[in-house]
Design a protein around this ligand. Structure first.
Ligand code: COA
Length: 391
């Protein structure tokens, strides 16, 4: 039996801050309404140059630095996201390229706000069954791009960001002790984000407010009820599987959706709310990114000690929910400025190598007489004259 230990963690938040007061200039709401209902004060918004993949890359690079690992050692990259730039290439493949992770398989995972815990469980299984030695699990989102900024019921809640962990195979017991994944597709209409851009399907129009096609729609009250019901049972399930009780837990890092949801869950579990780590006030709901983002902040604040048992719990669209129990047996190594500089150079070189491979493919196509991707694109855009065989 092999164990999957978290040996690296990293997060990235875009610089631009959007406060509740800023949102109150866009829709009829107020800082007071938003804060008392959700606990959110502000969130970060990605710059026009930033994408889900670039946020994911930044978080992953930081996680690798903490793990003191070279990207070529990573054998699996899972990106949990609901806001990929493309269906394919996956965000994970874009991150693989940006990192220069030359030995990694890469795929995206869609389980909305539970995605990070789902990804952690997949990576843990791959390591425990010895199919890979190391894996990067990333949660990354640009939620600001899929919000209807006229819908005050949803646009107040979400933010952008990314978080990542590196999992490493070990013979030492610990790391991911258990994970429980659940779903209920009958609740798909309670919280959803249509995927097909410019779709002619009339049914999509019903899903989205103001006729916009791919923005989040949500029944807030039903989501609230669902979340408060599943959090406690999911945590207790995962603890049971790990052979632990709630009293053995040092810290719960929940999906950061809403302070009131966590208050209710703490009451159900009959534990102090302090056992839950919260940073939703400063980042809002960053969907799949929220748990690793909060984890990084908890580590920074010194909330975790070696041998602590911690619990991740995610819940969201699908409907999906999931919990994982982790034995935290790591102390982060010191990463010097020189190391950081070396890492930056390594990623610049990875970009250079990626460009060379692209050029190689292009010139290979030209020399081989087949059309280049650009020529194919131009060809595809030419008006077509359908010739009838009889004509
Ligand atoms: N500012 C001011 N008023 C608002 C508002 C806003 N941003 N959003 C909704 N309202 C109004 C509604 O229009 C409604 O007005 P009405 O009574 O005149 O019709 C009133 O507030 C109550 O609306 P309702 O949707 O019932 O509010 P609520 O108390 O349920 O709070 C949420 C709304 C979204 C804060 C709450 O339902 C919630 O937190 N749900 C969970 C959402 C979540 O976490 N989703 C992600 C999970 S992964």
């Amino acid at each position: 039996m092999k164990y999957a230990h978290i040996v690296g963690w990293g997060s990235y938040l875009p610089e631009r801050v959007l406060t509740n007061d800023d949102i109150a200039e866009m829709v009829e709401t107020s800082d007071e309404w938003i804060y008392t209902r959700t606990g959110i004060r502000e969130r970060r918004i990605a710059d026009t140059e930033e994408t889900t993949a670039t946020l994911a890359f930044e978080a992953a690079a930081r996680a690798l630095a903490v793990a003191d690992m070279h990207p070529s050692q990573i054998e699996l990259i899972i990106v949990a996201t609901s806001t990929p730039e493309y269906n394919f290439p996956s965000t994970a493949c874009q991150v693989q390229d940006l990192l220069g992770a030359t030995a990694a398989g890469a795929f995206d995972l869609s389980a909305a706000c539970s995605g990070f815990v789902y990804g952690l469980s997949m990576a843990h299984n791959a390591i425990a069954t010895e199919s890979v030695r190391n894996a990067l699990v990333i949660g990354a989102e640009t939620m600001s791009r899929v919000l209807d900024w006229n819908d005050r019921g949803t646009c107040i809640l979400f933010g952008d960001g990314a978080g990542a962990v590196v999992l490493k195979r070990s013979d030492v017991p610990g790391g991911v002790l258990s994970a429980v994944l659940r779903s209920d597709g009958s609740g798909g209409d309670v919280l959803n984000l249509p995927a097909v851009y410019h779709s002619p399907l009339p049914m999509l129009a019903d899903y989205s407010p103001n006729g916009q096609k791919n923005t989040i729609s949500m029944n807030g009250r039903q989501v609230f009820r669902f979340a408060t019901q599943v959090i406690s049972s999911s945590i207790l399930d995962a603890l049971r599987r790990a052979g632990l009780t709630i009293n053995d837990v040092a810290l719960i890092v929940p999906h950061q959706a809403n302070t009131r949801i966590i208050e209710t869950a703490a009451k159900r579990l009959k534990i102090s709310q302090d056992k839950f780590f919260l940073n939703v006030d400063r980042v809002g709901n960053t969907s799949a990114a929220s748990i690793p983002l909060a984890l990084c902040e908890a580590v920074e604040q010194g909330r975790l000690k070696p041998d602590d048992n911690i619990v991740f719990v995610g819940f969201g669209g699908g409907l999906t929910w999931a919990s994982a129990v982790i034995k935290w047996n790591v102390t982060p190594p010191e990463v010097s400025r020189l190391d950081r500089e070396l890492q930056r150079t390594r990623y610049l070189m990875a970009r250079g190598r990626s460009k060379l491979r692209r050029w190689g493919r292009r010139w290979g196509a030209i020399l081989g007489g087949s059309p280049t991707p650009d020529a194919r694109m131009r060809d595809a855009q030419k008006p077509r004259h359908h010739e009838h065989p009889e004509e």
